[in-house]
Design a protein around this ligand. Structure first.
Ligand SMILES: Cc1cc2nc3c(=O)[nH]c(=O)nc-3n(C[C@H](O)[C@H](O)[C@H](O)COP(=O)(O)OP(=O)(O)OC[C@H]3O[C@@H](n4cnc5c(N)ncnc54)[C@H](O)[C@@H]3O)c2cc1C
Length: 592
């Protein structure tokens, strides 16, 4: 088999969040490394090439210094390396990056049977380039995969994969050639030490003059970074030290002063704007097979946009998804007869041709992401992915997304339609409006013979965590045999448990409970961070929490810089006092 791994160089750790004159992140002087997900793609490419007696190639697109990631890939064992490098490519968004990579793959002597990409990247992840590339190459896509094994079926070679979702796993078998995104937990490759990297003489260099003519770089990109805001300045931490009971008393006084016990989400939620008349700008919302609470928040956000631009919301749903859509913001419904992403995107392109919707939105979940990435390629409109909020910038759809280093970037779409995926766990859930019957049209979607799916095995996590009013996040400082000691607080507050990656790596709680850049994102009214260090990789998943209360024995723990109220203490000592104090507050609130 010929396997190509696409790899990216990313800054290590934080960046300043400053933009240069062209709206690109300033990275001068930043220490860089291979994106950790890409290292997994390299490791899998080397393994599969060795097993099949084939060849592996690593490709990167980036400035001259990005050759380092190819040198590391060569040290890891790839056979060939190709560097697409040209100042004309600087500032390319995910669509232009995918186009440049697809054109580069076309210049390879042999077309690959399998193209592996990392499921995401640590710097402003889009998780969309793989699916876009698949659309450009006209092949299937699957991911993020935990396992991947080739097999032959008749005369064709196929790949058996296990795809990881927040709420479970699914066996997906795809015909090759295909593009596959490799999940972080597919393997755990070490970094090849720099002293083992070859010089890089064998790296083949390609510039845009080797590719067919195209509009590259920032100027060809339909989505652009308008601004970067530091996300970490939003909290004003008050840290307590001393005896546990005194700390708790003072912490509860502080929480009362901040109004934390006053109004739960639902009472303060804005209503879904009343139904709009069709005819104006259309906002299309994909309602995939994902969690229904996310759909409700997404429809509410779409209805609010539609009200602003004088339009209406059309929900495009699969047969399995919820039909309770009018109350949450849909003004019309289209039901798809099939749900394979490639034919769904194809059918949507035809359906949209004479409607010209103003925007198309979906959740930042694998199904929506693939459909919208393919749509973004087919329409040339580009994609804003993993947004945490939406706004209108001038006449354009825009939104914020975490861009690494504790910053939020404002991305603006200049495409038509304006396409975006959103982390729905961070969107406010609005109060539903009155129900009403909706016109329901059907859109025919054929099957995709290149993809076979077994039934999805769903975990018990569902979407309770996404919509919890209170979340208790536990880190490695809470041993699993002591989780029972958290129960009184969990039950009292009706809270859901969440975890850091170290906890889910240990198998103490399931992956579906993990918050952070490789986990879920939530926006509870209160987040209790218990025995966790507060690394931004984790806190990114709780950045929209109303109030963060942290308990940690280490006064220098990072979490104390990103919380509202901090207790420097052993959680086991403060917990009984905290439960007692919270119980008094809850009783006082219930008494009116
Ligand atoms: C590419 C990449 C992606 C990542 N994605 C994620 C992600 O999505 N989500 C995520 O969570 N992490 C993620 N991580 C890992 C992240 O960087 C941190 O390593 C991780 O979040 C730390 O977990 P922790 O806080 O549980 O453990 P530790 O760092 O070990 O911290 C444990 C904390 O508990 C405190 N403690 C110990 N005992 C007690 C006690 N009795 N009482 C109170 N406090 C106590 C300690 O002082 C310490 O601060 C990612 C890392 C990488 C490289």
């Amino acid at each position: 088999m010929r396997i190509t791994a696409l790899i990216k160089q990313v800054p290590k750790g934080d960046h300043s969040g400053r933009l240069d004159a062209d709206g690109r992140l300033e990275r001068a002087g930043a220490v860089t490394e291979m994106n950790p997900w890409c290292r997994r793609a390299v490791a899998q490419a080397v393994r599969l090439a060795a097993d099949s007696g084939g060849r592996s190639t690593a490709i990167t697109m980036g400035p001259p210094a990005a050759a380092d990631v190819l040198r590391e890939a060569l040290a890891w064992g790839v056979d060939d390396a190709l560097h697409l490098t040209d100042p004309a490519l600087a500032g390319s968004d995910c669509l232009i990056t995918a186009r440049a990579l697809a054109a580069t793959i076309a210049v390879l002597d042999d077309r690959p049977d399998l193209i592996l990409v990392g499921a995401s990247s640590v710097d402003g992840s889009t998780g969309a380039v793989g699916a876009m590339l698949a659309e450009l190459l006209g092949v299937p896509f699957t991911g993020p995969v935990l396992t991947l094994e080739p097999h032959t079926s008749g005369t064709t070679t196929r790949l058996r994969t296990t795809v990881q979702y927040d709420t479970g796993i699914e066996d997906v078998d795809v015909q090759l050639p295909a593009v596959v995104a490799v999940a972080e937990r597919s393997c755990n490759p070490c970094k090849a030490p720099a002293e083992t990297w070859p010089t890089g003489d064998t790296i083949r260099r390609v510039t845009t003059s080797d590719l067919p003519p195209g509009r590259w770089g920032l100027h060809g990109s339909p989505t652009k970074v308008a601004n970067v805001h530091p996300a970490s300045l939003t909290r004003d931490p008050v840290i307590f030290r001393g005896r546990p009971e005194t700390q708790v008393t003072r912490a509860i006084t502080e929480l009362i002063a901040r109004g934390c016990f006053e109004a739960p989400h639902a009472e303060s939620a804005e209503p879904v704007p009343s139904a709009q008349l069709p005819g104006g700008s259309e906002v299309v919302v994909l309602v995939g097979p994902g969690p229904s609470a996310g759909t409700q928040a997404l429809l509410g956000a779409a209805a609010s946009l539609a009200a602003e631009v004088g339009g209406s919301v059309t929900a495009v749903r699969t047969e399995q998804s919820s039909d309770d859509l009018a109350r949450w913001g849909a003004d019309a419904v289209v039901t798809l007869t099939g749900d394979e992403p490639r034919p769904v995107a194809e059918s949507l392109v035809k359906w949209m041709a004479d409607r010209e919707p103003w925007a198309v939105l979906g959740a930042a979940l694998p199904w929506d992401r693939e459909v919208l990435a393919r749509l973004a390629v087919a329409t040339g409109a580009g994609l804003m992915s993993d947004l945490v909020s939406l706004n209108i910038n001038g006449t354009h759809l825009a939104g914020l997304k975490p861009s690494g280093g504790g910053t939020l970037a404002e991305i603006v779409s200049h495409g038509s339609p304006q396409i975006a995926t959103l982390r729905t766990g961070l969107l406010p859930l609005r109060t539903p409006r009155a129900d009403r019957p909706l016109d329901d049209h059907t859109l025919h979607v054929p099957a995709d013979p290149a993809v076979r799916r077994a039934e999805r095995r769903t975990g018990s996590e569902g979407d309770a965590l996404d919509r919890a009013d209170v979340v208790i996040g536990v880190g490695r400082g809470v041993a699993p045999e002591r989780y029972a000691e958290l129960e009184p607080m969990r039950v009292l507050l009706g809270a859901e448990l969440a975890a850091t990656r170290k906890v889910t790596d240990e198998g103490w709680l399931p992956h579906g409970r993990q918050l952070g850049i490789t986990g879920r994102s939530v926006a509870p009214r209160m987040y209790f961070a218990v025995g966790l260090s507060g690394n931004l990789n984790h806190l990114a998943g709780a950045s929209r929490a109303g109030t963060v209360l942290a308990i940690n024995t280490d006064p220098a723990a990072e979490v104390f810089a990103h919380c509202d109220v901090g207790l420097v203490a052993d959680w086991r000592e403060v917990m009984p006092h905290l439960v007692e104090g919270l119980r008094n507050r809850v009783s006082a609130r219930e008494a009116g």
